[in-house]
Ligand binder design. Structure first.
Ligand code: NAP
Length: 371
């Protein structure tokens, strides 16, 4: 735990009249300190849950002494994911105690190490793995065990974003239905990072994808982009307003597995494509609309509805293999076999990046803060 930083954060926030039970608990912990002290850290802090553009403030946190087993990492980049927004809003099942620093994944380089740290050196490129709350800051102090050293030639924007979305795509393709080369999956939200990863990870295994996107100006361009990534079919929702969506498929079999991160009509469209006995996995709810399933889909198609949550998966035994999977995904990214659209944004433009991530400026690429 980055306990010491939080004690200081508490002190800093106390000056602003903010207190937290989290900090009172941590204050009483017994710790062994090394003589190393971190630099001050510029951080995105929220001291109450609420609309992120209102409650997030960029605040300078004072230097902290490192415990013997802690590592101070100079953060290089971290994305703004939908779940980061939900955590700040206080609507995520895991509600960080406030005051808290935003962000959950990211990448940085080792800046300094506590006296008992072995196997990590100044300048190593590292990611928190499993991810860890508090990545939206310039210097992040955490115990050695959470830092995973990665290949230094990895582009920072991929290193920063490799866990939450690509790993979810990988797990969802593996964990629900046994798929073989030639099989097909269908998904909505295909423009999301998860969606783009599903297209490419499926393609690596010879699995075809049917992709559904929102209607928009320039949808032909978006379709082309997804096809370049390996998408077999891409439809806008309005194109699928036909009696039999399957009649739109050329020479592609019916899918046994579908992915839904939107809900509402977009989820119904995924269900319409599924074959008898097919499974739809819901992992997001971007439209905030519920999933509605017709009675006949259950009776005559025997469809199954499942859910996936990476954070839960990361607490399972299988999570031990997580770093091997991350290395596999980073390898694909380095080779150019896994790509997705991102916009690297300087930290001082955080408010604009946040507005874009909140959807205030229309469809935007993934916002990745560059510290
Ligand atoms: N369950 C899990 O463990 C898990 C793990 C990772 C991600 N997720 C979820 O997966 C989803 C995608 O995450 P991401 O980081 O890959 O997304 P992203 O790259 O930030 O892209 C956002 C996606 O959401 C779509 N979208 C935004 N607002 C929408 C709305 N009102 N109605 C319909 N679609 C909308 C966007 O479509 P346009 O291109 O049309 O704007 C885009 O496809 C999110 O719901 C996220 O919470 C869940």
């Amino acid at each position: 735990m980055a306990t010491v930083r939080f004690v200081y954060l508490k002190a800093a926030l106390h000056r602003q009249g903010v207190t937290s039970p989290l900090f009172r608990r941590q204050n009483s912990a017994v710790r062994a300190f090394s003589s190393v002290i971190s630099p001050p850290s510029k951080a995105v802090v929220y001291d109450q849950h609420g609309p992120p553009d209102l409650v997030c403030k960029v605040t300078e946190l004072p230097p902290v002494p490192l415990k013997d087993d802690e590592v101070c990492v100079r953060m290089l980049a971290a994305p703004i994911n939908p779940s980061d927004i939900n955590r700040i809003q206080g609507v995520y099942p895991v509600r960080p105690e406030v005051p808290a620093v935003g962000g959950y994944e990211g990448v940085g380089e080792v800046y300094s190490i506590g006296s008992a740290v072995k196997g990590l050196d100044k300048g190593d490129l590292v990611i928190p793995s499993p991810p860890s709350s508090g990545t939206w800051q310039t210097y992040f102090v955490k115990e050695q065990s959470i830092w995973h050293k990665i290949d230094k030639s990895t582009p920072v924007e991929y290193a920063a974003t490799i866990t939450v979305n690509p790993l979810s795509a990988l797990r969802m393709l593996e964990d629900f239905v046994d798929l073989n080369s030639g099989d097909v999956v269908v998904q909505n939200g295909a423009t999301s990072i998860v969606g783009q990863c599903i297209i490419q990870l499926a393609r690596v295994r010879g699995i075809h994808t049917i992709n559904i996107i929102r209607d928009r100006a320039g949808s032909d361009e978006v379709k082309e982009k997804l096809k370049k990534l390996g998408a077999d079919e891409v439809f806008t929702e309005s194109q699928l307003e036909v009696k039999n969506v399957k009649s739109l498929l050329a020479n592609i079999p019916e899918p046994a597995l579908g992915f839904n991160c939107v809900g509402g009509n977009a989820a119904s469209l995924v269900l319409k494509f599924l074959k008898h006995g097919g499974t739809m996995v819901t992992y997001g709810g971007m439209s905030k609309k519920p999933v509605t399933v017709s009675t006949s889909s259950f009776i005559f198609k025997d469809l199954s509805l499942r859910g996936f949550w990476l954070q839960k998966w990361l607490t399972s035994d299988k999570a031990k293999e997580c770093r091997g999977m991350i290395d596999y995904l980073l390898g694909l990214a380095r080779e150019g076999d896994l790509k997705y659209e991102m916009e690297l944004v300087p930290f001082d433009q955080f408010p604009t990046a946040l507005d874009k991530a909140l959807g205030k400026l229309g469809s935007q690429p993934k916002q990745v803060i560059k510290f």
